[in-house]
Design a binder for this molecule. Sequence first.
Ligand code: FNR
Length: 354
Amino acid sequence: MTRENRKNEHVKLAIKPESIQPVTHFDNLSFVHNSIPEMAWKEVDLNSKFDDIVMNLPIYINAMTGGSNKTGEINAELADIASATGIAMAVGSQHAGLRNDSLVDTYRVVRKRNPKGIIFANIGADVSIEFALQAVDMFEANALQIHLNAPQEIVMPDGERNFKGWLHQIEQVIQAVHVPVIVKEVGFGMSTETLHLLNDIGVKYVDVSGRGGTNFVWIENQRRENKEYNYLKEWGQSTVISLLEAQEFIQSKKMTIFASGGIRNPLDIIKCLSLGAKGVGIGGPILRILKRDGKERVIEEINEWTLQLKSILTILGARTISDLQTCSIVITKDVREWCELRGIDVMRFAHRSL
Ligand code: FNR
């Protein structure tokens, strides 16, 4: 199986409804409604900043494609969508382009189509410093994502089996590249313990990318002849739980946290922002609309979501993204139980005020 075929298979499987992890914990979070918002819709400011990067909207298209001709075409369409809506985007893993010159254009196309856009490069935690520098240079990336995907590799029939040395490699890359480095998961979420390890080596930006959306255990298991890993399909922490696990770092401002994994609607985005995420990544849902209805429909959907984000901030009485962190939110059921057992204070969220 070549890397190119694998990329195409990932897309084919990721657009199937069965690839979506059904358990999302967003339903365990409820905002406390306040009948007197005392603000106007037009006052809402959706800007989000990290390092020197200003995102007009607190959402971005997460890493998915590039590395084969077909997925290069998808990258071109995603870049058009990012350009038309003004949102940031990431390309999929650049390993294929770093090893095969003929595939470089399947990534570079995102800069060609969106010269002024905010674009993230993407590599794994095992690549050399030289490759990391090349990945950023490939299209003058504004930031570099490094993905952590051990469960995916293990279930992948032709996947990596040695996960030694990642921390050391990430530490070296952060020191070598001149753009912000965002360490991300791929839909399995993160724990406080993982975040401590990353913080200790100088990681400043993390996308917890949790369970609840695109499920790479399911996707890779479908690619196995005997589908032996079906039982592993609920592996990992949800996006909501990952954000709660990250509270120590969010509150102390030691790290800037992004969220992704299982975002279904504008309210899910608002919930992530309210738990302290700086921005929210969307992957599979955008790909599915793109493949089904085309790029114009995705642009319409993102524009509609933007209006709805403003509407929800208005009823919450929040003018900015950071105001959302002062809106009271009640945490119930499974998420509450998890937090109690992990020593995460849920009461604090139920009693916040502007
Ligand atoms: C991904 N994702 C991903 N992530 C990454 O860091 N490098 C990659 O190459 C890929 N490739 C990829 C391909 C496809 C087809 C999909 C759908 C996803 C993971 C992605 O960035 C994100 O972390 C997860 O998909 C969870 O978000 P959603 O899809 O639930 O919104």
